[in-house]
Write a protein that binds this ligand. Sequence first.
Ligand SMILES: [Zn+2]
Length: 64
Amino acid sequence: MVEERIKFEECGVCHRKEKDGIHLYHLFICQSCERKMIETNPEDASYTYFVNKLKQINKRKQYS
Ligand SMILES: [Zn+2]
C-alpha cells in the first residue's frame, strides 16, 4: 500500500504526527507550524516561543 510508505514524523513544535513539513537541523516542523513561524511577528509572544524552540535544537545538537 502506498500509505504505508508515507513517513509520519512528530513535529518538534506542536508534537503532532504530520507527513508534510520541513526539517530544521534534525527537528521536524510540520507545515502548519512552519506557516505560523513565517507569519509570526517578532513582537508576538509566540515568536519568542519559536525562537526558544530553535535555541533548544542548537543546544541539543552541541551535546550530541
Ligand atoms: Zn507542528
